[in-house]
Structures are given as structure tokens and as C-alpha cells.
Design a protein around this ligand. Sequence first.
Ligand SMILES: Cc1cc2nc3c(=O)[nH]c(=O)nc-3n(C[C@H](O)[C@H](O)[C@H](O)COP(=O)(O)OP(=O)(O)OC[C@H]3O[C@@H](n4cnc5c(N)ncnc54)[C@H](O)[C@@H]3O)c2cc1C
Ligand code: SF4
Length: 283
Amino acid sequence: MVLGTYKEAIAARSTEKKIQDVSQDGGIVSSLFIHALEEKIIEGAVVAGNSDEKWKPEPVVAMTPEEIIEAAGTKYTMSPNVFAIKEAARQCGVEKLGTVATPCQVLGIRKMQTYPFSTRFISDKLKLVLGIFCMENFPIASLDTFADAKLDSSLGKTNKMDIGKGKFWIETDDGTKGVPLKETHGYEQAGCNICTDYVAEYADISTGSVGAPDGWSAVLLRTDDGDSLFKSAVDEGLIETKPITEVKPGLELLEKLAKGKKDKAKEEINNRVSLGLAVPNIY
Ligand SMILES: Cc1cc2nc3c(=O)[nH]c(=O)nc-3n(C[C@H](O)[C@H](O)[C@H](O)COP(=O)(O)OP(=O)(O)OC[C@H]3O[C@@H](n4cnc5c(N)ncnc54)[C@H](O)[C@@H]3O)c2cc1C
Ligand code: SF4
């Protein structure tokens, strides 16, 4: 299955204005973490917080709804959230942890849980893994180049970044400008070119914008824990849903992009093999 194993696919968004105002898409990640905190399913969540450098994320352990909301929105560069999980478990003494992670990070987490060599004290504490869809990621210097050299603006002035409709967008007080993705491909992290997972296939719940209308999210409920958390947030009125079959562009687009990513990565893996380079063993 090109989207991995899931129980249900749904279009959804937060019903809360304070989350809608700051979230990247439907605010599903922030809503679910806040609900999980309130239900005591987790005591804290590792999220991509803000650092001294605008748009360069710093993983933080959010212990309150306010801290979850402060870290909402997408930073299109690496946030080493997996590293912070260790710190949260070891130094902050958090017993029940959640985290948000890109597909590659989710894979790392599941490997750590499957083979917990010297990490059992960490992996046992992870109760909720929310995966976000991810086609590519950029070093912070690349984001600077898009804003400055390509869009005649700056990261300092940027209020929001987004990828959609074939462009990388930055939103400032002066308006929204986009650079075509064919001009940004060369700036991606090299590892992203051999990444086969678009939809965080091993998360409890995966979510992203693709497949859902603007302001909404596509959500894939994968595990029993993920399914019951999401449904209890819906029952509490924190999240509203629509059948994915009734929204445009729908699951077909998500499947098409997920398959495209796998095919392109496999081609690049074969290229690298033919050059004698080391590649991940994905087959
Ligand atoms: C590099 C990257 C590429 C992406 N590409 C796509 C794509 O191609 N298609 C698609 O549909 N969606 C993509 N997404 C996901 C999308 O941008 C949203 O993050 C997702 O829809 C969740 O939105 P939300 O409104 O539910 O989350 P919100 O409620 O806004 O919360 C977002 C959460 O993600 C965390 N976060 C922010 N940046 C990062 C990061 N770099 N690494 C880990 N956690 C982070 C925040 O701290 C916050 O907890 C991408 C995300 C990233 C980080
Ligand atoms: S494209 Fe793959 S390797 Fe790159 S950040 Fe996204 S999930 Fe990780």
C-alpha cells in the first residue's frame, strides 16, 4: 500500500480559533497534543520550538497547551526532535512522552523501539508519535536563499512558509510570494532524494495538507492508540471532520504523490548503487 497501513483516512480541522490562527494546516498536531495532555495520555510533547534565529527550530518539551501552541506551524528545516526525546526522558523525568516527527524521524523512533539497545528507558516512555507528511526538507541557509536571493525578502520578515501548487511560498506583511519548486530542488538535503516515505507510514497518526481543502488536513489513523485519541478529540468537539471521499482534491492526489516519491527515490537509489555509493537497504 502506497500510504502504508491505516484504519481510516479523514479530512479534519481544529474547531478552536486560537489553534487555527497559528497552525500550518488544520491544526491537527497541536489539537491532538493538547487533548493528549489534558487526558493525561502524555505529560509532555517534543515539538519544534523557536530559537534565537527566526525559522531555525529548536526541539523543546512542551508541557502545557500554551507551549504546544507557541511551537505550532511548519519550519521547513531540520528539527532534531528525536535527540530531544532522550533529553526529555533523562533530564526532565517525563514518564509519558509524545512527539511530532517527519517520516524519517518516525522510522528512526520505531527502530529505536524495536531494538532498544541502551535506549529502553526512552522508548518505553514514548506514548504518541504524530507523523507529518514530508516531500523534502532544506538546510536553513537554503531558506535564507529562497527568501533573500529568489524572493527579494528576508527570513526576518517572513510570517509563514508553505509548499503548495508547485511553489515554495513565503508570507510577509507585504503579501505572499512564491518560487517554483523546480528552482528549489537543488537546495534540498541530499538525503531527501533517497527517502521513500511521504506519509510517515509508521506513526500512530499521520497528517498533512495534501488531499484536503485549504485550512483542513488529511489525516491517516494508523494504530489503535492513534485511532482512539483522534476519535475522543472529535467526540469532545475539539476537531471537526469530513469524509475524505467528499473533499477535493482527496486521497487520490495523496496516493499519486506518495507513489511519485517512492519511484523517484528508488531511481536515485539505483543511480547511487551503480556508482558504488552506500544506500539504505529498503527492498
Ligand atoms: C520539512 C517539512 C516538509 C513538509 N512537506 C509536506 C508536504 O509535502 N505535504 C504535506 O501535506 N505536508 C507537508 N508537511 C507537513 C505540513 O507542513 C504540516 O506540518 C502538517 O500538515 C501539520 O499541520 P497542522 O496544522 O496539523 O500542525 P500544527 O498544529 O501547525 O503543528 C505543527 C507541528 O509540527 C512541528 N514542526 C514544525 N516544523 C517541524 C519540523 N521541521 N520537524 C518536526 N516537527 C516540526 C511543530 O512544532 C508543531 O508541533 C511538511 C512538514 C515539514 C516539517
Ligand atoms: S524527505 Fe524524507 S529524509 Fe527528507 S526530511 Fe522528509 S522524511 Fe526526512
